[in-house]
Design a protein around this ligand. Sequence first.
Ligand code: ME8
Length: 529
Amino acid sequence: MQKKFYITTPIYYPSAKLHIGHAYCTTMADVIARYHREKGDDTYFLTGTDEHGEKIQKNAEKQNKSPKQFVDEIVENIQKLWKTLRISNDDYIRTTDLRHEKVVQQVFSMMLEKGDIYLGEYKGWYCTPCESFWTDTQVQCEDHLCPDCGRPCHQDKEEAYFFKMSKYSSRLLDFYNTHPDFIYPESRKNEMIKNFLEPGLEDLCVSRTSFTWGIPVKENPKHVVYVWLDALLNYISALGYLSDDDSLFKKFWSDDTYILHLVGNDITRFHVIYWPIFLMSLGLRIPDKVFVHGLLMMKDEKMSKSKGNVVDPYPLIERYGLDAVRYYLVRETHFGSDGSFTPIQFIERINVDLANDFGNLLNRTGGMINKYFDGVIPEYKGCLNSLDLELESVGKLSIKKYFEHFDKLEVTEAIESVFEYISKANKYIEESKPWALAKDETKHEELASCMNHLATVLRQAAIMLKVVLLDSSEKLFEQLNISKDKQGFDTLNNFELIGGEKLNPLVPLFPRLKVDEELAYIKSIMENK
Ligand code: ME8
């Protein structure tokens, strides 16, 4: 039976231009979504923007713009960036969409009616950039620094609505116990239990009166709904929850759908504590997994819009091509751990993996098929020697590992296993010595088998890599003249499939970069920040 798969990214704040860290998260989600579509799963992929809140209102004021005008301009750029990165999202939710605002108001009313939200007074330490109130024990040292971002908080007081978190904390712990895979990595779960659940969950302030750029509470419009309650609901409002047409909601927020939220570790708490509790209050199912990916750092500091230490993905894409940037993002940082952006690693990744290993395998193979077989891939004749046999067994293992890793969201390892196969194929050329076989009439069959095997490795590698390398995989199929029906996951384990194809002209997929020149270029775009 076809499986259903729903994947989301965080909805980003359009408070400034997005950087390569956001591109990282969205690209990872895109790669996972493409993998599931390719497997035949009924897949829905959502991204969007979180457009309300004091920070946005203030940024807009600074530029003499209305908040809506301000966010519209940034959102246009964000959508352009996703288009450039060929992100395959099925929908784009904006929290300023009427469809979303209606849901937030209705949910607030339902929670009020149920008694989960009540009116009270809030006193506490407020961090404006994070839009969070903190208690005396949460703020750090006498300077009252925000535990999330480390910036100073100020004391504030306001009439506010609260959500009764405490009512649900033991249910949440039970949920964690019965769903051990809910939070990845495990260490994040322990951190949440220790820091927030064990000390006792405090009721959460879910409305604000100190600014107006938000969704008004219907029952008391001087209050706007707290951005996090507003934002988290995007995951269901985009599917049409509580709307006239809730068919997508019924389809993808169902028990038989695998629901995955991809988030950075700066927003774990909201997704693994508040979000499941809001869903419990609404009587809705809780997602299968919150996958907490690492953050990209710059010189040991988190890359962030507010610090301004960011890398803009556009100049990289323009100069090195989309595939190189996508590949770097997916491969360099182990998925689930923090990483850092350094120009040298960026160049090395392209040179070593894409130009030397993958690109070169295509050049060498294509060149030899042209030279020895007039550009026609020889037919498959089985394994004629131990080298063929060994290559096929590495291939089978690589394909198996690719699926096993991808299904466990070990995306880095999945891609690594493809490159192990590519390296093996390069080694196979050295060991088979086709140039020597070509000189010996009696070895013609072996030479043909060698070329067929190499073309098959390229076909299989391009299939596995096409979730990342969008153009280059296409180009490879084009150059080897591999027909569409031989480009699917279902054909991966078939080693006999090709033979007889006449190659098209060969063009290098990834020209080798000159390290010094490119280092200077990347440094120059980083300094422009
Ligand atoms: O937190 N490296 O929005 P946001 C990797 N609106 N990923 C990074 C990153 C970095 N240096 N910096 C940001 C918000 N990200 C809320 C989310 S969801 C209901 C509301 C990615 O614009 C990462 O996924 O600050 C992080 O969690 C997210 O962007 C935060 O984006």
